[in-house]
Design a binder for this molecule. Structure first.
Ligand SMILES: NC(=O)c1ccc[n+]([C@@H]2O[C@H](COP(=O)([O-])OP(=O)(O)OC[C@H]3O[C@@H](n4cnc5c(N)ncnc54)[C@H](OP(=O)(O)O)[C@@H]3O)[C@@H](O)[C@H]2O)c1
Length: 305
């Protein structure tokens, strides 16, 4: 009998990281080593959780020499778009330097590196984008993520880079995404101004986790665009959230991006065409209706536990 695959997951407490560990624990017999700066405890017999500091690459190297992972999945990143615009050094370290170090380590321990990137590598002039479209980031987050994905794609390690956008799904208490934010605002009866000029195809974390599983099973390399099957603006997405979760739509008002005066520029026509991932990985990506209904069902199940 073959030994089960060994997977190292970096950024275990991220939205994506928690969805990936949940799915791999449920649907595989793989051994999962989760590295996180915030998670402290192993959550099951097959999930070994270890504390890391991202600046301590020596410790990670020792870990990888011991574990010898077949695959390393990196979900850690500085994801606060306006924060990246201001704290550029920190953003470059997390989104580029750390990724370069990971690529080097992956080569040394002969692991396949799977890394996440974003549609913010594009300028948003003519999305949704294919893998062949030319990146042209307009904010520092996008620039740093582009440099990070290039560090992986141009390395000599077996690698896969997944670009995704507007991620939502089941979260733990200390994470928040757009859907949870809309729900919390409604619970607090707060009004919301939501932009109607930013377009994307929101992506369910469960679909991304399944994509990672298929990439591992099929040992796929290269660049993949992964997004959901509804292309819409943020205001339309919030109305759908209100519909599926029975919230008060009148609390939501459409506005335009420029009125927010944010530090970082946002790509307006963003989003990613998922045709390659759909055909190659055999996955039917969720529409926002399907994704939100599934999320509501999961949240209901958890409340019943
Ligand atoms: N969320 C989206 O809508 C979206 C869209 C496009 C692309 N992506 C990409 O998908 C990946 C995962 O995103 P996510 O939304 O799941 O992430 P997230 O929930 O924002 O979590 C990011 C994780 O990275 C680690 N981290 C936080 N600050 C860090 C820092 N300064 N340096 C290094 N690591 C740090 C933390 O992990 P620990 O607490 O476990 O240490 C944190 O939980 C990222 O590469 C992101 O760029 C996300």
């Amino acid at each position: 009998m073959n030994n089960p695959l060994r997977i190292a997951l970096i950024g275990g407490n991220s939205k994506l990281g928690s969805a990936i560990s949940r799915l791999l624990e449920k649907e595989t017999d793989w051994q999962l080593h989760v590295y996180s700066s915030t998670l402290q405890q192993s959550v099951s017999e097959r999930i070994f959780c270890k504390h890391i500091e991202y600046a301590d690459i020596k410790k990670l190297k020792e870990e990888f020499f011991e574990v010898r992972p077949d695959f390393i999945i990196n979900t850690a990143a500085m994801t606060n778009v306006d924060g990246c615009e201001i704290q550029r050094q920190e953003a470059w370290f997390s989104n580029v330097t750390f990724v370069e170090q990971l690529a080097r380590l992956s080569l040394i321990v002969e692991s396949h590196l799977i890394h996440f990137s974003t549609d913010y590598v594009f300028d948003g002039a003519k999305g949704p984008y294919t893998e062949q479209d030319q990146p042209n980031p307009i904010c520092y987050y996008g620039k740093s993520k582009l440099a990070g994905e290039n560090a992986v794609l141009k390395s000599h390690v077996n690698n896969t880079v997944i670009r995704t956008n507007v991620v939502y799904g089941l979260t733990t208490n200390d994470q928040s995404d757009f859907v949870q934010w809309v729900i919390k605002c409604h619970e607090a009866k707060q009004t919301m101004n939501i932009v109607d000029d930013q377009l994307s195809n929101p992506t369910l974390t469960d679909d991304l986790a399944l994509s990672v599983k298929r990439i591992i099973e099929k040992k796929r390399c290269g660049l993949y665009h992964i997004g959901g099957n509804t292309y819409c603006n943020r205001y339309e997405f919030s109305l759908e959230i209100a519909k599926i979760f029975h919230l008060d739509e009148s609390l939501i008002t459409p506005i335009q991006t420029h009125s927010l005066n944010q530090k970082a520029k946002r790509p307006l026509r963003g989003g990613l065409i998922n045709l390659k991932a759909h055909t190659d990985l055999g996955i039917q990506y969720s529409t926002i209706q399907e994704g939100l209904v599934r999320l509501r069902h999961h949240m209901y199940e958890i409340n019943q536990e």
